[in-house]
Design a protein around this ligand. Structure first.
Ligand SMILES: [Zn+2]
Length: 87
């Protein structure tokens, strides 16, 4: 669950990969985001509900981001990793 302020994008948002990384595993090629999304190095995503977004879906995602309200992804807070480090 995201404890950041402002809150990170939810897993059902097109900009979901802008959420903060809470567990990084670069040696295995994936990271867990605070919204529950598993983000893979190739851009693929595994959503909390079990749906998979493949790298081939990314152009569609980019179009969705372009249509999203401005500032949502760029507003991700900096320096609050400690908030989620404890769980
Ligand atoms: Zn967050």
């Amino acid at each position: 669950m995201c404890l950041h302020r402002p809150a990170c994008p939810a897993a059902d948002r097109p900009d979901r990969d802008a959420a903060r990384v809470v567990s990084a595993h670069p040696e295995q090629g994936w990271s867990l985001l605070c919204n529950g999304v598993v983000l893979f190095d190739d851009g693929g995503q595994l959503l909390p509900d079990g749906r998979a977004i493949t790298a081939a879906d990314l152009p569609r995602r980019a179009a969705a981001l372009a249509a999203a309200p401005s500032g949502t992804a760029a507003a991700a807070p900096v320096g609050c990793d400690a908030l989620v480090a404890t769980g």
